[in-house]
Design a protein around this ligand. Structure first.
Ligand code: NAP
Length: 252
């Protein structure tokens, strides 16, 4: 892994109880940042337990870690989240908008509720977190949005997901211009197929078909996305903004 250094920086990764978000936050912990784990509380307490495990792995690098519950699709919850970040960590330097869900169906079968659920979490959530984080981000801060190649290509059965991710890519471009004078950069990454719990619902034959199509011949690892997020978040990347970088193993 490339050596990055983020001492004295505070980073919040939304949806970091598991999957790519957890790996990204661990990357920042390894690099010395104060970490804020965000999870979305469920009745069974599973997400809180997962968030606790992410926090433990981050603390193993000797950094301070805070664990905060918030549903990113709920504006008031995000307001409280940002207030708590300031109370606990004194401010924010880096926001990674990672929280996301899938509700794949053809448009014919997609219900308004499938549509709204994905748009609310994957696009409204990015807008709420970015808007409210901008109020507490220190100058020269960073926002990195986890979009998807789906928002560029548009795969069968993903109208809601593709529309949300395309929206994130557009939001990235607009916001980068609005905060540029503060030295804040706003970029996105567009991963292809990355091995995380999000793929659990995928049939083995579908995954094998993807692997046949991906030029490097395999799905990606969360660490490979984390590396690019840390690259975009580092001080030396201050002249890159408004961009979306595909991480797809050459796919598309
Ligand atoms: P994942 O394993 O399902 O993780 C998603 C995370 O988002 C979980 O921690 C989940 O938290 C959280 N989350 C969901 N709804 C939330 C809400 N309303 N508020 C706060 N947190 C919420 O998926 P992943 O693969 O790591 O995906 C991470 C991001 O990468 C997503 O934006 C996804 O669209 C994007 N992406 C993934 C792939 C891929 O192939 N895996 C490819 C391209 C893009 P809880 O567990 O607490 O609910």
């Amino acid at each position: 892994m490339v050596e990055y250094s983020f001492p004295g920086k505070v980073v919040l990764v939304t949806g970091s109880s598991r999957g790519m978000g957890a790996t990204i936050l661990e990357g920042f912990a390894r690099a010395g940042a104060t970490c804020v784990v965000n999870y979305f509380a469920d009745d069974a307490g599973q997400n809180l337990r997962d968030a606790g495990l992410t926090a433990e792995r981050c603390r193993a690098f000797g950094v301070t870690v805070h664990v905060l519950d918030a549903d990113v699709s709920n504006y008031e919850a995000v307001e409280t989240l940002m207030k708590r970040v300031v109370e606990l960590a004194g401010g924010l330097d880096i926001l990674v908008n990672n929280a996301g869900i899938l509700r794949d169906r053809s448009i014919r079968k997609m219900t308004p509720s499938d549509w709204h659920a994905v748009l609310q979490t994957n696009l409204d959530g990015v807008f709420f977190c970015s808007k409210l984080a901008a109020e507490i981000l220190r100058d020269n801060g960073r926002i990195v949005n986890i979009a998807s190649i789906a928002g560029i290509v548009g795969f069968h059965g993903q109208a809601n997901y593709a529309a949300a991710k395309a929206g994130v890519i557009a939001l990235t471009k607009v916001m980068s211009k609005e905060v540029a004078r503060r030295g804040i950069t706003v970029n996105a990454v567009a991963p292809g197929v990355i091995r995380t719990p999000m793929l659990d619902g995928l049939k083995a034959e579908v995954l094998a078909e993807y692997e046949k199509q991906i030029p490097v011949g395999r799905v990606g690892r969360p660490e490979e996305v984390a590396h690019v997020v840390l690259f975009l978040a580092c001080e030396e990347s201050g002249y890159i903004t408004g961009q979306t970088l595909p991480i797809t193993g050459g796919w598309f």
